[in-house]
Design a binder for this molecule. Sequence first.
Ligand SMILES: NC(=O)C1=CN([C@@H]2O[C@H](COP(=O)(O)OP(=O)(O)OC[C@H]3O[C@@H](n4cnc5c(N)ncnc54)[C@H](O)[C@@H]3O)[C@@H](O)[C@H]2O)[C@@H](O)CC1
Ligand SMILES: [K+]
Length: 513
Amino acid sequence: MQRVTFDHPHPLHDLQATRQIEAAGIAATGPHVLMQRAGACVARLAQALAPHARLIWIACGAGNNGGDGLEAAALLHAHGFRVQVSWLGSVEKASADTLKSWHKAVAAGVLFVDEPPHDLEDQDLCIDALLGIGLTPHDSGRSPSAALRSLLDVVRGTRATVLCVDLPSGLMADSGQWAAGFEPLPSPPSAPRHTLSLLTLKPGLFTGMGRDAAGTVWLDDLQLPSPDAAPRAWLACAPHGIHPSRPHASHKGSWGDVAVVGGEGLEERGMGMTGAALLAASAALHAGAGRVMLSALDPALTQSPALAPEIMLRRFEKLDLETATIVCGCGGGDAVRTVLPQILKTARRLVLDADALNAIATDAGMQALLAQRARHASFVTAMTPHPLEAARLLGSDTRTVQSDRIAAARELAERHGCIAVLKGSGSIITAPGETPFINPTGNARLATGGTGDVLAGLLGARIAALDNTQDGLARRAFLAACQACWQHGRAAEDDLFSRGLTASGLARALSPM
Ligand SMILES: NC(=O)C1=CN([C@@H]2O[C@H](COP(=O)(O)OP(=O)(O)OC[C@H]3O[C@@H](n4cnc5c(N)ncnc54)[C@H](O)[C@@H]3O)[C@@H](O)[C@H]2O)[C@@H](O)CC1
Ligand SMILES: [K+]
């Protein structure tokens, strides 16, 4: 068993692959072996997490996820813990494996209760073995029974530490969304949460609602060999070796130019958005771009107290679109539409964000220009949409995007031939022909205005630093995008922001790598 850490990338397998791995495992080990291993593993982690538990309550569903819980119940009882089990299954309908584990628990003298205990306290443990990968989403006609719902409510509201077996019950393994009818109340879970993922790590644990639902994630392979099934995605790890430490004999030209084009002025439509462009420029500066330029779409912007002296103001027509990495769209409003076609045609390295994406979403001509960029091997294009911007680009809605974030990011990357970073909890980074990465860093502090502009500027700096003379530019740019997402999230986790984060503070906290 291992706690999932981020020192190396982890493969994430979807339901289909996990089921195949499970079937092969059962064929290799024989009946009930995997469930016994799973139960033993749950019991071991339970003891480690709550060694002083006065009471361990195990909520067991009717399927094999509940079987794992019953198996653990017998073991924890044998270890001297006071265990209570609520079981939704029946002897008539249980699988052969689950029935064996039920007999074991009964023979061991485990207490089965009709009502969940009302006296779970902080040091106690609640084991959620209600539903694992057997959850069928509501649209196939099912919804939780009243009995299941009431146990789920206790699991989600308890003060005790919660250990979820395989998945937080109700969470869909592939998407990280709650199945319809299984959504928890909006208040965030208060107790510490852990999830012990069995056989494989599932993508849904790390994106969408998954990070809040799962808490700390553990993995046990149930002693089966590493799966050779292709992962649906990778969990990104701390970057190393992408940018070795900067050599002494480097100069500002070594790290590239970033030019931010954005920031519609107050006069245009009565909504000043120059701050967004300033934030992107500040992020590029602090992330180590060689030179940073700002071409504000607000003609009135000639100086701003927020403008660092290192950032050079430029009229758009004075930008060298072929050499600088252009970060376009931050606070761009409608004004960005006038310059975007030329940028799409000419800029070799381009990060598209915010209103540049909104403009492209509604303009077939610009979509064609974007598609043409993919034919130039020396061009790099990255887009950084949040779910609503992604939905506009895909002609769908945020709910559909969020229902399968990996699929949405892949669709954006393939359709537009570019690196796509779908922002949100567990950002998805992908590119044509690449297996997507899910970024595990960052927290709710990033849910404030301007942090997306900071990511765009940071990504601009990382792309600007890529060496033109080496092969594999597309791959290196993709890895740079993964690195930028990692760094952006990690910066937000810093204690520096424990009392609140502002996007400008975040930009200043970035560093060259
Ligand atoms: N088969 C095995 O040997 C192993 C199974 N394992 C465990 O078994 C789990 C998978 O077991 P199952 O395939 O039995 O599935 P689950 O136990 O996850 O779920 C199936 C149960 O959920 C109910 N259910 C499904 N969708 C529902 C809905 N929308 N509303 C209400 N009830 C719903 C079903 O009626 C069934 O009782 C894994 O997650 C893992 O915990 C692991 O121990 C590995 C070994
Ligand atoms: K579960």
